[in-house]
Design a protein around this ligand. Structure first.
Ligand code: THU
Length: 160
């Protein structure tokens, strides 16, 4: 028997004003698009902004459904939209913010497992790491240089 230890690295910024200007701008897009969340059931609003290598910005917010599992997270709305509209573009940065209508959301909100798997698919496909930034409605912003930090030992097409 042996053990494998997997290390992961996250950079922590004190707040939006601590971020590079380009990321502040993307985060402001994500905050703005968070307002478009359709979240009548959870009252939890998530906004995502993607910067592509062609310079385009693609946005997404969570879209819920009375049949709960039919809804979709903000990150996947944005990623799938990017893939659908710009199939050959690479995702350079993904910026996420979340805020609840009912509780203050002061700590960074990471993407859920299904979103991590979807982000991983695009990172493997494009062979360039995706920088991921995430926060609550205010407070610290976490940055990962690649989905690998958030989804170690991921399942991908090489396993098939
Ligand atoms: N949600 C996202 O949009 N992204 C995540 O990564 C986590 C959860 C949404 C889904 C649902 O509309 C609400 O937040 C509560 O789970």
């Amino acid at each position: 028997m042996k053990e494998i230890t997997i290390n992961t690295t996250i950079s922590v910024f004190n707040g939006i004003s601590d971020l590079p200007l380009e990321i502040q701008s993307l985060m402001n897009h994500a905050i703005e698009t968070r307002k478009n969340a359709y979240a009548p059931y959870s009252r939890f609003r998530v906004g995502a902004a993607i910067l592509l290598d062609n310079g385009k910005i693609v946005l997404g917010s969570n879209q819920e459904n009375a049949a709960y599992p039919s809804g979709l997270c903000a990150e996947r709305v944005a990623i799938f939209q990017a893939g659908a509209i710009y199939p050959n573009a690479k995702i350079v940065k993904l910026v996420i913010t979340a805020a609840s209508d009912t509780n203050p959301t002061l700590s960074p909100i990471p993407p859920c497992g299904a979103c991590r798997q979807s982000i991983a698919e695009y990172e493997f496909k494009q062979e360039i790491p995706i920088e991921i930034y995430f926060m609550g409605e205010s407070g610290e912003v976490y940055k990962s240089n690649s989905i690998n930090n958030l989804l170690p030992l991921s399942f991908d097409k090489t396993s098939l």
